[in-house]
Design a protein around this ligand. Sequence first.
Ligand code: GDP
Ligand code: MG
Length: 173
Amino acid sequence: MKEIKVVIMGGGGVGKSALTVQFVRNVFVSTYDPTIEDTYRKPVIIDGQQYLVEILDTAGTEQFMALKELYMKSGQGFILVFSLTQLGSVNELGPLREQIVRVKNAKVPLVLVGNKSDLRAERQVPREIGTNMSRAWGNVPYYETSARKRINVDEVFADIVRQCRAFEMLNGS
Ligand code: GDP
Ligand code: MG
């Protein structure tokens, strides 16, 4: 089975772990432990092809820059997450993407995600901020998700797997 290594990154509390666990185990975790960093694996069939998706759910607690760069190097695709309920969480993503691009030295498979779409009354980030950022980053796909309601969760992971597959075909491996 072909393995695809995905790294999920973003500010604390935006829902990286909730999205990952919802994708892998079909449950919503409402408890919040910002320090948990773990790797998850899920076999999926996309476009009739089987893949083993390995997800590194980061916690942003890396003490050493070198460690962060190491897992960026090993990642094939990246999911960058902010929270639709927290305007400040958007600003954390620019520097992260710059670092990814620097480390990978390539047009890297990437998906932009605004999470917590179910919390409509608490929304602080209009859709245009996400779509503008997606455009500024070279039209990377933008999804608004809810880990809680399982909205667009499979779509995000399917998108990154497809991008990784296309990337590999272009770059031969
Ligand atoms: P992380 O630090 O990015 O891994 O954030 P977590 O996944 O631990 O989520 C932080 C908090 O937000 C937790 O209490 C989650 O239950 C909650 N949360 C995550 N995603 C959603 C969502 O889509 N909707 C709602 N309502 N809460 C969410
Ligand atoms: Mg987490």
